[in-house]
Write a protein that binds this ligand. Structure first.
Ligand code: KIV
Length: 282
């Protein structure tokens, strides 16, 4: 049975912490799903860690739908949340509804995520009214990177901290089922977590959030351009990939791959017959 929105909300009530990871393809989604991760986010971070863009602002709806389809084919149990990319929900409520609807109807996701608090509350309300669960995202919102002036911790002053709490409450009032807090001081995330009845999912927001989300490429040590302070590499897959590729190249060059074990045999008599027939034709 797939994890439901009400189960995620109940986890907060029971004090059970919620793990969420990003996923961008079928194979990884399948492994994360089999590992029992309850929520998979097809984050627009895909632009940076999979497609090699400089920021998430270049990511398009088409790219998100393509990757969401791959993830939903792999995830049988996890709740799959698709990230509405930059300018895919700002132009009008109609645009936001159409794009949120595409993720559900066309790509098979169960929920969508969007960035912004008070200013986005009405859009969240309208999407939720259509029956589409919405996860909010406040604090460091990478789609506004040009306005924020870089990947900086948010809510460090009293007034920006109060604004962040107001944003979180506006999302909850609008019907969001959870809210991501990205790069906010741990005491502020704790305050938000205590004030909200919906789960807070932190990334760089300390241990007091109801759940945590990480970019899977950071967790696996796959993305080596930079490692954010809030990330923990559980393995260093990029190094393992380099090692494997170096050994493979050396084997091919030396003629030691493939061996008989990786090859398909053929009856020697058939081979002889083929040779004979080819000679006849010459
Ligand atoms: O795009 C993403 O991966 C995200 C997470 C960092 C929350 O939005």
């Amino acid at each position: 049975m797939r994890v439901s929105i009400s189960q995620i909300k109940e986890m907060k009530q029971r004090g059970q912490r919620i793990a969420m990871l990003t996923a961008y393809d079928y194979t990884t989604a399948r492994a994360l799903d089999e590992a029992g991760v309850p929520m998979l986010l097809v984050g627009d971070s895909l632009g940076m860690v999979v497609l090699g863009y400089e920021s998430t602002v270049s990511v398009t709806m088409e790219e998100m739908v393509h990757h969401t389809k791959a993830v939903t084919r792999g995830a049988k149990q996890a709740l799959v949340i698709a990230d509405l990319p930059f300018l895919a929900y700002h132009l009008s409520t109609e645009q936001a509804l159409r794009n949120a609807g595409r993720f559900i109807q066309e790509a098979g996701a169960q929920a969508v995520k969007l960035e912004g608090g008070v200013k986005m509350a009405e859009t969240v309300r309208r999407i939720v009214d259509c029956g589409i669960p919405v996860m909010g995202h406040i604090g460091l919102t990478p789609q506004s990177i040009n306005q924020l002036g870089g990947f900086k911790v948010q809510g460090k002053t009293a007034s920006t901290a109060v604004d962040l709490i107001r944003d979180a409450e506006a999302l909850q009032d609008a019907g969001a089922f959870a809210v991501v807090l990205e790069c906010v001081p741990a005491p502020l995330a704790r305050l938000a977590t205590e004030r909200l009845s919906i789960p807070t999912i932190g990334i760089g927001a300390g241990v007091h959030c109801d759940g945590q989300v990480q970019v899977v490429s950071d967790l696996l040590g796959l993305f080596s351009d930079f490692v954010p302070k809030h990330a923990k590499q559980y393995v260093r897959l990029a190094d393992l990939i380099k090692e494997a590729a170096t050994s493979y190249s050396a084997d091919v060059t030396a003629g030691s791959f493939p061996t008989a074990k990786e090859s398909f045999a053929m009856d020697e008599r058939v081979v002889e017959e083929v040779r004979r027939q080819l000679q006849d034709k010459n």
